[in-house]
Design a protein around this ligand. Structure first.
Ligand SMILES: *[C@@H]1O[C@H](CO)[C@@H](O)[C@H](O)[C@H]1NC(C)=O
Ligand SMILES: *[C@@H]1O[C@H](CO)[C@@H](O)[C@H](O)[C@H]1NC(C)=O
Ligand SMILES: *[C@@H]1O[C@H](CO)[C@@H](O)[C@H](O)[C@H]1NC(C)=O
Ligand SMILES: *[C@@H]1O[C@H](CO)[C@@H](O)[C@H](O)[C@H]1NC(C)=O
Ligand SMILES: *[C@@H]1O[C@H](CO)[C@@H](O)[C@H](O)[C@H]1NC(C)=O
Ligand SMILES: *[C@@H]1O[C@H](CO)[C@@H](O)[C@H](O)[C@H]1NC(C)=O
Ligand SMILES: *[C@@H]1O[C@H](CO)[C@@H](O)[C@H](O)[C@H]1NC(C)=O
Ligand SMILES: *[C@@H]1O[C@H](CO)[C@@H](O)[C@H](O)[C@H]1NC(C)=O
Length: 818
């Protein structure tokens, strides 16, 4: 019945807001906010009103960004009690209580003020905070209630996520269940106090991601965030409060931090005013090693290693068999038993995310030496580190028992000192000394060498100055600069761009390793070729490839953006080609129809021009040696771009043929003289181009000559049709229906010229380009270079091959290795 009373007062004081006066940010006792009306904060940043999320018809009271077209809700009042019609009504009572009513009577949500004042008003602030305050008092500290104390899934600048120890108010984010339902899902983010406070993302009861200890400058789990361009952040921890807070460096940039239930992640977005979209700025957990406790007790997770889990130095797997089979949950134990009484030692591991703080203890003023001494005294203390170093004082954190959830970083991170037996510590020390001696010797030797070089150079320069020949010097400088142009990416950048080489970012398996799609911080899309170590490509070949490609620039060649070297891993970063490779079109039953004859002809001409550039027009003379449909990529406009120059070799100007001790290439595309004798020349590329042409025209693969297939290979088939006088039967049926038949015939003719048995009879690429562009009479092709081989001695690599797109592309180097 009390509700009835509210209803009558509501009726009496109802003020109808007109659309024109929406820019009102305050609701007074006499007002009500009904569905269809909104409050807008003073500067127009945020709006409060009723909305329906996603495809739901339910109505919720919420706050969203006002001045962007995409409705982005940051707070919801009645998360668990949706309104099923448009009778929602918001009002504030004289006792400071906020009520959200349905049908004038039922309260679906309410909020109490902490104190009573004479004239409470409800106001939407520019920060997106909805507050109840005394109408006469606008001191921020004196809010009687604020929505920032009851966050939904979004953290806005100025909001505290954490615990007020005086009032036990726990401010914690909880994700929406899904796009249509803002009720709390099981993904939460907040401060956890056990042991030493840190931020924890939980999925249900599972600890999913930890921020790591606050070391005074940042969280040890995100060392790379410390100097970011968008926001400053702080973790406050005193006797009254423990909370995380952030503020924007540039107030006109919009940035929010939100939990995403469907992806089980914490994401930060920034608004991009140019594209009018939210751009993902960061994501947590961002890789395997961010997932809490992956490697078990005393494990060390390093995403750059395979497997990612290693035991900490001085530890060994508890159950070797399980550990070897990638079940790391049992973790590691000390390799040599500790002996606390007779004395243990510590070894330092650098650049880590500190262990789970549940069993930890912190003193903010103790220095590192005192910290070590204290840890050494207590036999259950297993590790320590120092904190607050850059904030004047020093600090000490120590851990008891097993060390959980340590992550290894590459470039930045906390130093952690872990307890090991005295003998282990001694061993490490010796190893270090040894290393230092070796390093010292090497450095000394280098210095001596440099001195000599300097001396020689100086005397040479003197000589040169006399001759006044500065040209050579200039040229040397220039060459050096050209080498420097290539971008070298940090491993962290690449790992982040590719979600740590996650499976769903994999584009395919190239000749020398998997290729991943990635998105750089600036939004640029890239393709990362992660060269597999087993490929046999040495550092030399890698550098060769990188330098070669970097120097080549042609519209029909894939552009290399840079490379990444990390330990003995090597990666190449290319521009991303949205339409993938040619084989994904021409050998696909439905996608082949996209490539009409005119498009295919354009692609053929593009490939020919790209190859001509490689053979003749570039400063270097480059033979591709592995030209095939999967090495021809297509950009968004279906322009062909040749990729994978890993196998290319440079030549001196007059050299046209060379003998190689290692045959590389793909069966089915290799010219006979190359496959048999290892002789390669530009003409072997011309042969491959001829095969490519046949495949583009016929839509069929030229299966390797070892392939069990009665109809023989494509070359045989094409030659037979040519001799029988019906060459056009070779063409994909649907091409013959729609294409320019004379052009088609001409291309078949050219392809047969390219695959002639003898290299010297094949045209070079400049003739091919001419032939493609003119209507002149062409010479008659001679018999092609069939490869009437029996299967190679190791047939197992192709047996059971069903002709799926990549299985039969086995390079010879593989066979040779046996
Ligand atoms: C709306 O919900 C109320 C209870 O909250 C219920 O009585 C009513 O039937 C519902 N109306 C519709 C249209 O579902
Ligand atoms: C709710 O109040 C409005 C006027 O504010 C009135 O028109 C309507 O009949 C009332 N609804 C109910 C269910 O009492
Ligand atoms: C508000 O206060 C009333 C009593 O005054 C209490 O019954 C109710 O649970 C409180 N509501 C909230 C959300 O604290
Ligand atoms: C803040 O951001 C706006 C919009 O992105 C930009 O125009 C302005 O120059 C920035 N101001 C500063 C001080 O960086
Ligand atoms: C969750 O993240 C994915 C990928 O970033 C995004 O597409 C989706 O819209 C997000 N969902 C919510 C509820 O924000
Ligand atoms: C586990 O792997 C290590 C190193 O690869 C090997 O030495 C050891 O024999 C393996 N142990 C078991 C039980 O598989
Ligand atoms: C922290 O360390 C300082 C200096 O060593 C000491 O005076 C203080 O008592 C310690 N505090 C605690 C809680 O142990
Ligand atoms: C060592 O630390 C543990 C955990 O804080 C504590 O329970 C124990 O009393 C300490 N032992 C000594 C000898 O200080």
């Amino acid at each position: 019945m009390e509700m009835g009373f509210y209803f009558y007062t509501a009726c009496c004081f109802l003020v109808i807001f007109s659309k024109a006066s929406t820019a009102i940010d305050t609701l007074f006792q006499s007002d009500s906010l009904i569905d269809g009306m909104t409050l807008v904060s003073g500067d127009g940043s945020f709006q409060l009103g009723f909305f329906s999320p996603g495809s739901s018809k339910n109505r919720y009271l919420g706050i969203w960004y006002n001045n962007i077209p995409m409705q982005t809700v940051v707070w919801v009042a009645n998360r668990v009690n949706p309104i099923n019609d448009s009778t929602g009504l918001l009002k504030i009572q004289s006792n400071g209580k906020i009520l959200l009513l349905v049908q004038n009577t039922t309260a679906v949500w309410c909020a109490n003020s902490t104190a009573r004042v004479e004239n409470p008003v409800l106001q939407l602030l520019d920060s997106g905070n909805l507050v109840v305050r005394d109408g006469k008092d606008s001191e921020p500290e004196n809010y009687l209630w604020q929505s920032f104390d009851y966050p939904s899934d979004t953290m806005l600048p100025g909001m505290k996520i954490g615990i007020d120890l005086r009032t036990a108010l726990h401010r914690r984010l909880a994700a929406w269940k899904n796009w249509d339902d803002p009720s709390p899902g099981d993904l939460t983010y907040g401060v956890e106090l056990e042991g030493t406070p840190e931020m924890v993302l939980r999925k249900g009861s599972e600890k999913y991601y930890r921020s790591g200890l606050w070391n005074g400058d940042g969280f040890s789990g995100t060392p790379n965030l410390r100097s970011n361009p968008i926001f400053d952040y702080d973790f406050v921890w005193n006797e009254n409060e423990v909370y995380y807070i952030y503020s924007l460096k540039n107030k006109s940039v919009m940035s929010r931090f939100v939990l995403n239930q469907t992806q089980s992640v914490r994401q930060r977005y920034t608004w991009n005013p140019e594209t009018q979209t939210w751009k993902l700025f960061s994501i947590m957990p961002s890789d395997l090693c961010d997932r809490s406790g992956l490697c078990g007790p005393n494990g060390d997770c390093d995403n750059s290693k395979l497997p990612a889990c290693q035991c900490l130095t001085g530890f060994r797997p508890k159950w070797l068999e399980r550990w070897n089979s990638s079940d790391w949950s049992d973790g590691c134990i000390q390799s040599k038993p500790l002996n606390c009484k007779s004395g243990d030692g510590f070894i330092r591991i650098g650049k880590v995310k500190t262990p789970d703080t549940t069993n930890s203890w912190v003193n903010k003023t103790m220095n590192l030496k005192e910290c070590r001494a204290k840890c050494l005294r207590n036999c259950s203390c297993m590790a320590y580190t120092n904190l607050y170093v850059t904030r004047g004082g020093s600090g000490c954190a120590m851990w008891y028992g097993d060390l959980l959830d340590i992550k290894q970083f590459q470039s930045d991170g906390q130093d952690l000192y872990i307890r090991v037996s005295a003998s282990e510590a001694e061993r490490q020390k010796k190893a270090k000394v040894k290393l230092a001696i070796i390093l010292g010797t090497v450095i000394a030797a280098l210095l001596g060498f440099l001195l000599i070089v300097c001396y020689i150079l100086r005397s040479r320069r003197k000589l040169k100055d006399e001759v006044k020949d500065k040209n050579l010097n200039d040229r040397e400088d220039k060459d050096e600069n050209e080498d420097m142009e290539l971008a070298v990416f940090e491993f962290g950048t690449i790992a982040q761009a590719t979600d740590s080489f996650s499976f769903n970012k994999k584009l395919g398996q190239g000749g020398f390793g998997p290729v991943y799609k990635g998105t750089l911080g600036n939004g640029q899309e890239i393709a990362v070729k992660r060269l597999s170590k087993s490929s046999g490509q040495g550092l030399h070949e890698f550098k060769n490839e990188v330098k070669l490609i970097a120097k080549l620039q042609h519209r029909n060649l894939v552009r290399l953006l840079g490379c990444c070297i990390h330990g003995d891993e090597r990666m190449l970063v290319y521009e991303y080609m949205p339409n993938r490779s040619l084989d994904s079109f021409i050998f696909d039953q439905t996608r082949r129809r996209v490539l009409t004859w005119s498009k295919r002809f354009r692609i053929i001409c593009g490939i020919a021009r790209g190859l001509l550039y490689l053979h003749q027009d570039s400063r270097l003379r480059i033979i591709h040696r592995d030209l095939k449909t999967s090495n021809v990529l297509l950009d968004s406009e279906m322009n062909p771009k040749i990729s994978d120059f890993g196998l290319a070799r440079t030549f001196g100007g007059d050299q046209t043929e060379a003998n190689t001790n290692r045959v590389v290439g793909t069966y089915g595309y290799m010219a006979p003289e190359y496959a048999i004798d290892g002789l390669f020349s530009v003409k072997s590329d011309v042969f491959s181009f001829g095969i490519l042409l046949l495949e583009i025209i016929s839509g069929r693969k030229n299966r390797g000559f070892y392939h069990v297939n009665q109809s023989g290979n494509l070359i045989e088939h094409a030659w037979r049709l040519w001799e029988e006088g019906k060459p056009l039967d070779l063409a994909d049926e649907f091409l013959a229906e729609t294409g320019d038949l004379s052009e088609l015939l001409r291309c078949i003719h050219i392809s047969l010229l390219c695959i002639q048995q003898h290299p010297e009879e094949r045209p070079n690429m400049s003739s091919v380009v001419l032939m493609l562009g003119s209507h002149n009479e062409l010479p008659l092709p001679k018999q092609p270079g069939f490869l009437f081989y029996k299967k190679p001695f190791e047939a197992d690599c192709s047996s059971g091959n069903d002709g799926s797109s990549s299985r039969n592309e086995i390079s010879l180097s593989l066979l040779e290795a046996r």
